[in-house]
Design a protein around this ligand. Structure first.
Ligand code: ATP
Ligand code: MG
Length: 224
C-alpha cells in the first residue's frame, strides 16, 4: 500500500510499500521519528485517509474504496480510534462524547444501555466523577482518557491508538496500557499502538519501525 499526498505544488510520498497484518488479540507497537508517517498509517487503517494504491482490510472487510457513510458505520462497529490530539467534541460532556461512539440504531441498544456502557467505560479509565465535564474543564490527561473510553466502549475488533500515554503520568499511563492489553487478551482486539516510549514498545507482542514512510520489523533484544 502507498500513500501520496500533495502539499502545495510538492508531491509527497508519505507511505511507501507498506505491507503487514495484525492478528486478533495481538498488540503491535509502531515506533519511529516524528514525521515518519505513523499517524498517516493509522489514518489509512481507519479509513480516514484513502491509500493511493493497494488495499486495506480490517476484520475481513475492505476499508479501501468505500464511501464515507459506509465507512462511518464500519468504524463505529469495528474500530476504536484514540487520536494523538483526542478529537473530543467541545460542546459535549465526557459522557456524551463516549456515548456518541454507540449509535442507537446500529447497536440494538436502548438509550439507557448506551449511557450505562459509556459510564462504565469512563469509570474504567478513572473518570467516574467527571461524566458531566466538558473537554475544556478537563486536564490534558483526562481528555486523553475520555478519548480512550470512547475508543473502547464498542469493544472494537481493531484499536488504533496514537501516543496513548503521551500526556499521562506514569501511573495513569500504566493503567491505560493495562486496559489495552486486557482488551486484546479478553476481547481478541487487535491493537495498533503508536508510541515513543521504549518501555511500552517492549511490552508489545511485536514492534514495527516507521522510517521515512517505510515500515520494517524490529528485532527486540532479549529481555533482562
Ligand atoms: N494532509 C497532509 N498533506 C501533506 N502532507 C502531510 C499531511 N499530513 C501529514 N503530512 C506529512 O506526512 C508526513 C508524516 O506525517 P505523520 O503525521 O504521519 O507523522 P508521524 O510519524 O505521526 O509524526 P509524529 O511522531 O510527529 O506524530 C509528515 O512529513 C507530514 O508533514
Ligand atoms: Mg503522529
Amino acid at each position: 500500500m502507498n500513500l501520496h499526498l500533495q502539499s502545495g505544488a510538492t508531491p509527497l510520498h508519505i507511505l511507501k510499500d507498506i505491507e503487514f497484518s495484525i492478528d486478533p488479540g495481538e498488540v503491535v507497537a509502531v515506533v519511529g521519528p516524528s514525521g515518519s508517517g505513523k499517524t498517516s498509517l493509522l489514518m489509512v487503517l481507519g479509513g480516514l485517509e484513502q491509500a493511493t494504491d493497494g488495499s486495506v482490510t480490517v476484520a475481513g472487510t475492505a476499508v479501501t474504496g468505500r464511501g464515507e457513510d459506509e465507512l462511518a458505520i464500519f468504524r463505529r462497529q469495528n474500530l476504536g480510534i484514540l487520536f494523538q490530539n483526542f478529537h473530543l467534541i467541545p460542546s459535549m460532556t465526557a459522557l456524551e462524547n463516549v456515548a456518541l461512539a454507540l449509535e442507537i440504531a446500529e447497536s440494538g441498544r436502548s438509550y439507557a444501555q448506551i449511557m450505562a456502557a459509556a459510564t462504565a467505560a469512563l469509570s474504567a479509565v478513572g473518570l467516574a466523577d467527571r461524566l458531566d465535564h466538558r473537554p475544556s474543564a478537563l486536564s490534558g490527561g483526562e481528555q486523553q482518557r475520555v478519548g480512550l473510553a470512547r475508543a473502547i466502549v464498542n469493544r472494537p475488533k481493531l484499536l488504533l491508538a496514537d501516543e496513548p500515554t503521551g500526556n499521562l503520568d506514569q501511573d495513569t499511563g500504566a493503567r491505560v496500557i493495562d486496559m489495552m492489553f486486557a482488551l486484546a487478551r479478553d476481547n481478541g482486539t487487535a491493537v495498533f499502538l503508536i508510541t515513543h516510549d521504549p518501555a511500552l514498545a517492549r511490552r508489545a507482542d511485536r514492534v514495527l519501525a516507521m522510517n521515512h514512510g517505510r515500515l520494517s520489523p524490529v528485532i527486540q533484544g532479549v529481555p533482562a
